[in-house]
Structures are given as C-alpha cells and as structure tokens.
Design a protein around this ligand. Sequence first.
Ligand SMILES: Nc1nc2c(ncn2[C@@H]2O[C@H](COP(=O)(O)OP(=O)(O)OP(=O)(O)O)[C@@H](O)[C@H]2O)c(=O)[nH]1
Ligand SMILES: [Mg+2]
Length: 219
Amino acid sequence: MSVVNTRDRTINTKIVYYGPGLGGKTSSLASVHQQLDPTGETPLVRLQTDEESTLFFDYLPLALGPFDGYRLKIQAFTVPGQVKYNLTRRYVLLGVDAVIFVADSSPSRLGDNLESLESLRGNLESNGIDPVSVPLVFQWNKRDLPDVTPIETLSSRLNPELLPAFPTCAIRDLGTFDAFVAATRAMVDSVARRYHLSNPGESLGEIAARHLSSRTRST
Ligand SMILES: Nc1nc2c(ncn2[C@@H]2O[C@H](COP(=O)(O)OP(=O)(O)OP(=O)(O)O)[C@@H](O)[C@H]2O)c(=O)[nH]1
Ligand SMILES: [Mg+2]
C-alpha cells in the first residue's frame, strides 16, 4: 500500500512484475533499468537465481521529481514465476500499488498465462486487496518469436476489459519502458485519488509519466 508522507511530501509506491515462469519479468525490469539508468548508478538487485529463474525476487528502487511539490519513490519488484513459489509471490505482492503482467506469447504458454493471472487475483485477495482496485498493465512479451499467439487471442483471453497492453520484446528493450510508464501513470492517479491529492489541469499520473519519459530522453 502506498504511503504518502505529507511532511516531506514523498509518495512511496510499489510496482510488481507478475507472470508465468520464464515469461520475461526479470528481463523486463532489467530493460527498464537499462533505459532509465544506463550507467547502472543504482544497481538492480537480483535475489537468488537458479540459471535464469528468479527464486526470490528482483528489486529496483527509483526516485522521481519533485513535481508539483512531490517526490515519487517507486520500488519495482519481480516475483518468481515458477508454480512452486506461490508463497513468495504472495509475500512480494504485499502492499502492491500496480502490477505489470508479463505474458509469454509462445502458443504453448497460453494456459500458463491464464493460470498465473488467476493466481495473481487469488494472491491479492489472500493479502486483503481487491484485485479490481489495483491498476494492471499487460505486456505481450516475446513478440520476436517466430510462432506467437495472436494479440487478439491474448487480449480476449487475458484482458477482456481492455486494460493498457503493450507488445514487447524485453531482450531488445521494445515496449518495456512504455508499459512501465503506463503502470506508473495509472498507479499515481490511483494513489492521488485515494489520498485526495489533486492537481489542476494535468493529473499527477500524467506528470509522473512525463518525468519518467524525460529521464530516458536526457540520458
Ligand atoms: N526471444 C525472447 N526471449 C525472451 C524475451 N524476454 C525474455 N526472454 C528470455 O526468456 C528467458 C526467461 O526470461 P526471464 O526474464 O528470466 O523470465 P522471468 O519471467 O523472470 O522468469 P522467472 O524468474 O522464472 O519467473 C531468458 O532466457 C530470456 O532471455 C523476449 O522478449 N524474447
Ligand atoms: Mg525472473
């Protein structure tokens, strides 16, 4: 759950990458990190990996602003996608403010994507969070593979509500940053509504999205 510190005007938030094992969550966060911080000033922390798979989580802290008098801190995490690590996933989801669901576009993984999305809803509910209240953004990852599930199919099976969705190729930095900006925008708007932080004209989410985008243009 986000915390707004009105004394030092800091908004603390948490974004979690969720999705089936080996779908590209770690690669997506690494891609965003690479685009925001090419020199690696703030390292991406990878807690325990086994070959490629995440066994605990990855973690990247980000600080933005000040804008409209506020500093925005984002803690970005990935969960381990392997089915057996559900308790860890539930733990990493504690206090989440927005989720980026990384779906694997390989046709053979459609069922795993569906199962993972179901587990996301179940884990949020177990943590006392109404899944509908958490901003959700989709990545249709691995679009570079020769054989992929059509986007219309992914969309109708996983995203019938037509939430923001981005075709991505995490290993080539395609689409990952746009997905992260969309999640940040929706998250900051949602936090602003919850804490009654208003801004005349442009929404705080829009301003945060603009600040994020300018971070990559200037580097
Ligand atoms: N072709 C292709 N391969 C990708 C893409 N994104 C990730 N991969 C590869 O898929 C494998 C798994 O990627 P990870 O980012 O580790 O996947 P993950 O979702 O973090 O996996 P877990 O930690 O087990 O949940 C790696 O070999 C990546 O290089 C992509 O867009 N295209
Ligand atoms: Mg991983």
